[in-house]
Design a protein around this ligand. Structure first.
Ligand code: SF4
Ligand code: SF4
Length: 338
């Protein structure tokens, strides 16, 4: 890994370098929130000091909410040719890069999902460490620092960015932008870097205590509070749509009126929906909302560790901001801890 410097006075030139590599996307305001939007002019590429978490995370670039997997006739099928542009996403926080690393494991372990891989190979991630927002708790989920999964990663050290180069693509970008990326990192960079980390660590507001929650998930699987949450839950599925590590999908065949041709579609699903666990014969494995909530939190805080070695909650806080009835990792952990 290499460390370089990008002066803030040269920040305006960054867009012209990045657009040589593909479409440039970054957080843009939408009402009181942010979404990832395509950047068309260099003035619109804003690198924020604060951590910006767009409503729908990076997973939208890797697995579209709805797409055609294949088209079929009675005698054959074909996979549609897709023109997937290379996409450079700028300003991705460390927690969301951890989430992409989790998706990488999920979509490539045991079975390689080619639909995912085609998009992953065309995604360039420019990370950015920012000051935490009110609901961030990545310092508690060990996801506030990231060492892999990005192409470039920026730290704001005052009048310049310290830039880590994390991949060959990142190296290509800094070569292309040789006039703005400098090897001459200031002598006091390590002092400033330590200060930055210290100040950022002090600025977390959300102090949720995640210690021991994996065991508590097991011990409290039948606790009455799950029914209380189940009473309140609206089964709206918003928590799963915004969670950067949620991957549930459904596959359906859409038939033409002739009944002979059609297409197979894949779209985002949610384990919070009642029909998610409905099987033939009208049997539903998770009829109650409490059961579905338990499934989600078991997956986030416990089960994923058994398969992949880490929890699948990266502490982004989106579920805290999104759930209309205040069910989220913090309120669940608080209940578990009494
Ligand atoms: S469970 Fe909540 S805090 Fe954790 S990664 Fe998902 S949305 Fe973020
Ligand atoms: S937990 Fe909240 S966001 Fe998730 S389905 Fe229930 S009401 Fe909706």
């Amino acid at each position: 890994m290499r460390a370089l410097k990008l002066s803030k006075k040269d920040e305006i030139k960054l867009y012209d370098v990045l657009k040589e590599f593909g479409e440039v996307w970054a957080p843009v305001p939408k009402g009181s929130k942010y979404v990832y939007g395509k950047i068309e002019k260099k003035e619109d590429l804003v690198i924020h000091e604060e951590c910006i978490l767009p409503i729908i995370p990076v997973k939208k670039f890797l697995m579209p909410p709805d797409f055609t997997m294949l088209k079929f006739t009675p005698s054959k099928y074909s996979i549609p040719e897709e023109d997937i542009p290379t996409t450079v996403v700028v300003g991705v926080p460390a927690c969301d890069i951890h989430a992409v690393n989790i998706l990488d494991k999920f979509y490539t372990t045991d079975y390689v999902d080619n639909y995912y891989m085609k998009r992953r190979e065309r995604l360039i991630i420019i990370g950015k460490s920012g000051t935490p927002r009110e609901n961030c708790f990545c310092h508690k989920s060990n996801t506030s620092i990231v060492e892999e999964g990005y192409d470039l990663f920026f730290f704001d050290l005052g009048d310049y960015y310290l830039v880590w180069v994390g991949s060959e693509k990142g190296d290509d970008i800094v070569r292309k932008g040789a006039d703005i990326f400098s090897e001459e990192v200031p002598k006091d960079v390590s002092k400033k870097f330590v200060e930055f980390r210290r100040n950022r660590n002090k600025s977390y507001i959300n102090d949720v205590d995640l210690e021991g929650v994996t065991d508590l998930m097991e011990l409290m699987y039948d606790a009455p509070f799950w029914d209380e949450f189940g009473e309140k839950c609206l089964s709206c599925g918003q928590c799963t749509m915004v969670c950067p590590t949620c991957t549930c999908f459904n596959v359906i065949d859409d038939l033409a009126l002739s009944g002979e041709t059609g297409e197979r579609r894949r779209y985002w699903d949610s384990c919070m929906f009642k029909d998610y666990s409905l099987v033939a014969g009208q049997h539903n494995f998770r009829e109650s909302k409490a059961e579905r909530l338990k499934l989600w939190y078991t997956h986030k805080l416990k089960a994923f560790i058994g398969h992949f070695g880490s929890p699948s909650c990266v502490g982004c806080g989106r579920c805290i901001e999104t759930c209309p009835v205040d069910i989220n990792v913090v309120t669940v952990v608080e209940k578990m801890k009494g």
